[in-house]
Design a protein around this ligand. Structure first.
Ligand SMILES: Cc1ncc(COP(=O)(O)O)c(C=O)c1O
Length: 375
């Protein structure tokens, strides 16, 4: 019999993320789907999500929870908000933008992809021009493209979408709760994120925050039974319940995570910790000679992409293993045109964790006989 370690390895990844013990402990209940405590948790969760987004039901916004990981939420948006004549413009500078296009291909939704370099923000003039050249009903973009860690200009893109009078969807999976922004200022009609990103719950559901008017005019449009945000919303409104087996434990953990987010000062407070994490790992890895993929002005504080050392002894697999043996889990790179690895700054991590990771990086480079500072 192995006795479980008191503490799991910290996860310097974009998810699953390290969570607090209190969040995990909140799951130690078996509640039925009609249990009053559970139904209250669902109601409070929906209200709190609107509060974090800086909107309310009175302003015409709704929060809809959807079982499954983040991709289920994104797919539910395309499934629900694509009437027969829909045509989406998908602005993509990474794997998650590309995934939206894949969802459209799978669901046979008319769309065009405006592809940009993974290390550059989308070109606003090009977006404007593309929208003027042919008819679109909706525009989609990723907020923080976790592929590289780049922050996209969602407010400026929102202004362009609003001028065209089209639906604006933002995949804010890795940013919501960890970057302070306003749905209203960005003129967002619908946003998706998930439980185990910056709110720091455990994985198991995603959520959409959308304008009620968009939900109402989308009745009957869904191209999927389970990924129907309108039906999910209507049933939640009417009964306070999920349509199908609810992620009861995950909701309880999420309610605790929301309380902890509030205690940290909401998205603004959390953003400060994530920025500190990012600045700390950057300062430490620069001392070792690592260089970052993105210039500081494009970098979101969510995840940091660092280039591989050029030394012939470097192999990512060995680097990863040696770090993991020391108790640190990092993440492979995802950009297509540069050899990088990624260090997540989000989850229950602090500047002290970043410093410990940096010490482990130094040890691992020494073990791989790669001299520092790198060149
Ligand atoms: C921006 C973005 N969109 C979508 C996803 C997909 O989420 P999931 O892996 O939870 O399905 C991720 C995952 O990290 C993400 O960062």
């Amino acid at each position: 019999m192995t006795i479980p370690a008191a503490k799991d390895k910290p996860l310097f990844t974009p998810g699953p993320l390290t969570t607090s013990l209190s969040v995990r402990t909140a799951m130690l209940r078996d509640l039925g789907s009609r249990d009053a405590t559970f139904m209250t948790a669902v109601k409070e969760t929906r209200e709190k999500l609107l509060e974090i987004a800086g909107v309310s039901q009175a302003d015409g916004y709704e929060a809809v929870l959807m079982q499954g990981s983040g991709t289920f939420g994104v797919e539910a948006v395309f499934s629900t908000f694509s009437p027969p004549a829909a045509r989406w413009l998908i602005v993509s500078n990474g794997a998650y933008g590309d995934r939206m296009a894949k969802i459209c291909r799978t669901l046979k939704i008319d769309h065009q992809v405006l592809a940009c370099e993974e290390t550059q923000q989308p070109n606003l003039a090009e977006i404007q021009q593309t929208l003027e050249q042919s008819k679109f009903t909706a525009l989609a973009v990723v907020h923080c493209e976790t592929t590289s860690g780049i922050l996209n200009p969602i407010e400026e893109i929102g202004a362009i979408a609003a001028k065209q009078g089209i639906t604006y969807f933002v995949d804010s999976m890795s940013a919501f709760g960890g970057i302070d922004f306003s749905l209203k200022n960005c003129q967002i009609d619908c946003l998706v994120s998930s439980a185990n990103k910056c709110v720091e719950g455990v994985p198991g559901f995603s959520f959409a925050i959308c304008k009620r008017e968009l939900l109402e005019r989308s009745i009957g449009n869904a191209r999927s039974l389970s990924l129907d945000l309108v039906d999910q919303w209507q049933v939640m409104e009417k009964t306070g319940q999920f349509r199908f087996t609810p992620p009861t434990h995950v909701i309880l953990a999420f309610r605790q995570a929301l309380a902890e987010l509030e205690a940290e000062g909401g998205a603004a407070g959390r953003a400060q910790r994530y920025r500190e994490n990012h600045q700390t790992i950057l300062a430490e890895t620069r001392k070792l000679g690592f260089t970052e993929l993105l210039p500081p002005e494009l970098q979101a504080p969510i995840i940091t992409s660092l280039r591989y050392p050029t030394h012939p002894n470097f192999s990512f697999d060995r680097f990863y293993e040696l770090l993991s043996e020391r108790g640190f889990v990092i993440y492979p790179g995802k950009v297509s045109r540069a050899d990088c690895f990624r260090i997540g700054n989000i989850g229950r991590l602090f500047a002290s964790d970043m410093k410990m990771l940096a010490s482990a990086l130094r040890e691992v480079l020494a073990e791989m006989q790669i001299p520092v500072p790198l060149n």
